[in-house]
Write a protein that binds this ligand. Structure first.
Ligand code: NDP
Length: 313
């Protein structure tokens, strides 16, 4: 049987939970589906030290649990389940959960996040949280005066390498091509930084170390006659090879950029579909921070409330 809700929130990162806090306090009786990874990307981070209000820091899972409890305290209905299909052709919008349950929503807040891309090496899972990270801003601080490697040749990789060079003693930038794809200014910053060594035409074969990352085995010009193997000693291995926004099921109805980030009216979470809002990393190729996601979740809930009162729903 179809269930009808006033405000449906998809996704349980800082954007989704913050939207749920605001929407429940505004009496919208929000229903939130957590998705495949309850708590979102932050649950894969150890210590969060840059979320305001926690002078001593807090672990990612604790922060997300606190946000969830805060939303539940005001009556948000938080459920386990994954949105598998969307029909935004007309209001109320239809969302299918886990391939079977259908929900009709007067307003929809899409806060499905983005997933960092990994190389696909088994070692990335083995050392997850023990030296492997996909967020230099989140985890870089733990590598002060250490050696780290960043994988990628785009703007994110250059930005992360430059950021890490401000903390670590040495940063290897592992680039698979003989050139960087990043913007000129970012390239110049990297190439002129004495702490950064760019390893062009290198690929990572495996990570080494007892319980935590202690090194990486690389190969230069893999498969060519002059192929060379190289071992580097590192304490941290950062992936910066792009993110995939989790927007696939909404793409037939809303605008996305070429990567899949949902396009919103600048400065707002409004999509081209009235009453449908996008918040957090799914609509943010630039900042991708917990606090910016939380801020946009708040905006989305306020917009949802205004939309409903304007429509008199
Ligand atoms: P990009 O897609 O631009 O770059 C990804 C990089 O990762 C490329 O160098 C790519 O290599 C490399 N890569 C991808 N897959 C692999 C793999 N399997 N093994 C090794 N290397 C791999 O992603 P970004 O996240 O850097 O940027 C996304 C967008 O955000 C861009 O438009 C960028 O300009 C923008 N951005 C802007 C910033 C700013 O203006 N300050 C900061 C950060 C991002 P290859 O080149 O060989 O394909």
């Amino acid at each position: 049987m179809t269930e009808k809700v006033r405000c449906l929130i998809i996704g349980s990162g800082p954007a989704g939970y913050t939207a749920a806090i605001y929407a429940s306090r505004a009496n919208l009786s929000p229903v939130l589906y957590e998705g495949m990874q309850p708590g979102g990307q932050l649950t894969t981070t150890n210590e969060v030290e840059n979320f305001p209000g926690y002078p001593q820091g807090i672990t990612g899972p604790e922060l997300m649990e606190d946000m969830k409890k805060q939303a539940e305290r005001f009556g948000a209905d938080i459920r386990f389940g994954m949105a598998t299909k969307a029909d935004l052709s007309s209001a109320p919008y239809k969302i299918t959960i886990d391939g079977e349950k259908e929900i009709e929503a007067d307003t929809l807040i899409i806060s499905t996040g983005a997933t960092a891309k990994y190389l696909g090496l088994p070692d990335e899972t083995k050392y997850a949280g023990s030296g492997v990270s996909a967020c230099a801003t989140c985890d870089g601080f733990f590598y002060r005066k250490r050696k780290v490697a960043v994988v990628g040749g785009g703007d994110t990789a250059c930005e992360e390498a430059t950021y890490l060079a401000g903390l670590a003693d040495k940063v290897f930038l592992i680039v698979r091509k003989p050139f960087l794809r990043a913007s000129k200014i970012m390239q110049e910053r990297v190439l002129s930084n004495p702490k950064i060594e760019v390893l062009f035409e290198h690929e990572t074969l495996e990570l080494t170390g007892e319980k935590v990352v202690q090194g990486a085995n690389l190969v230069k010009r893999r498969g060519q006659a002059d192929e060379e193997k190289l071992h580097i000693e590192i304490d941290g291995f950062f992936l910066a090879i792009g993110h995939k926004p989790n927007s696939d099921i909404f793409k037939p109805w809303i605008e996305t950029d070429e990567v899949g980030y949902i396009k919103t009216v600048p400065g707002t979470p409004r999509t081209i579909v009235p009453g449908v809002f996008a918040a957090g990393d799914v609509a943010d190729p630039h900042y991708r921070q917990a606090v910016t996601a939380a801020g946009s979740g708040c905006q989305a809930a306020i917009e949802a409330e205004r939309y409903l009162s304007e429509k008199g729903i």
